[in-house]
Write a protein that binds this ligand. Sequence first.
Ligand code: GLC
Length: 438
Amino acid sequence: MLYQQSISKLQTFIQKQSLVHIGAFLTTLLSIILCSWLAIAQQPVTLNMLITAPDAQPWRQGLIRDFEADNPGIRLNLVEGPNATNLLEDLYTSSFILGESPYDLINMDVIWTSKFAAAGWLLPLDDRISQQELAAFSPKDVEGGKYQDKLYRIPMRSDAGVLYYREDLIKQAGLKPPQTFDDLMRISQTLQKKDKINWGYVWQGRQYEGLVAMFAEVLDGFGGFWVKPDTLEVGLDRPETLKAIEFLRNTVSQGVSPPGVTTYQEEDTRRLFQSGQVAFLRSWPYAWPLAQAENSPIRGKVGIQPMVHAPGYTGAACLGGWGLGIAKSSRHPEEAWKAIQYFTSREAQRRFILSAGYVPSRRELFTDPEIVAKYPHYPHLLEVVDNAVLRPPIAQYAQTSDILQRYLSAALSGRMNPEQAMQAAAAETRRLLGTKKV
Ligand code: GLC
């Protein structure tokens, strides 16, 4: 009896012990799960964004650090890409086509919106921002972020092609800054003859997106057009286009531009101008603070004005600019939106512009006293942006641009007769867009 009692006590004891053990085990397991869940939950979300390597620097100078300090749960990882918008676009495009794109935020050139939106790669942003908030931005920049009346991109910075000139040399020669294409040629040759400079004018002539951005301005200055977005009418085989090509070819044949200009991108032209060897440069406003930097040989000697034009026309600036969108495939759309709100906010943009010399997309910043003290030409630049020409905002823009890049480059570098080149470019563009010659 006593023996049986002892056995059953022992059994109860063992059972209790097992329960205690199981309980302890479960508690430990639960706390491990809880801790790792908490650890995962507290781990910052990383947003990936691809950007051209030179553009990454100004982002790294404070902008990202300040954003991350304000948003401890979010990290921004910049992936540096090649310094040409079309190459960057190719990388974004292939990542979306192949699926599993790593990018959450898309730093978009103004010309990409239609294609990316039409392909369904972007989240619409209309519900996230009010009309009143949008009214603070330049209307053309907002327009450049829309496709079929839906908004996909918030403008982070604007851009517009401008003409830089050597104010000092022009004054010393008793001349005035140029108004027309002919003035530009004449002043260049006068200064070249005086041995003041080696070259008169540098422009972006390489076969890439910068070529057609530059060309859109010359074309408009002669009263021509490329593609009308509403009717898809193509103007490449019209006489104005040939005049625009003739002007550019003359710059080389008359020794005003170096023969190598047909291989130059923005930075090649900017470096040559900044070295003091050139009278005129067509570029974007980013070149201004660099030309004015302490070690720049042309510091304090440069003027900036709208592009020249043919008599009877006005000078045109090509609208450029970059904005932010959210990839539809992103797993962190809310965090991505927070980042967009921050980077396009008044304060962030103000600091970005002051440090990098880019063009604001918020209108009030063009006349902000601190910004004007540093960049006195900005109030005037607002007019330039307001009147800028858009490259055709159509879903087939990338192919349309590619056609013009190929034939224009062939015509400018003498590989094709300009008339034949433009007839072929016009025919190919019409085939692509499904339109007929009007
Ligand atoms: C600038 C402009 C952009 C344009 C590019 C061409 O980055 O902002 O819109 O496409 O230059 O090179």
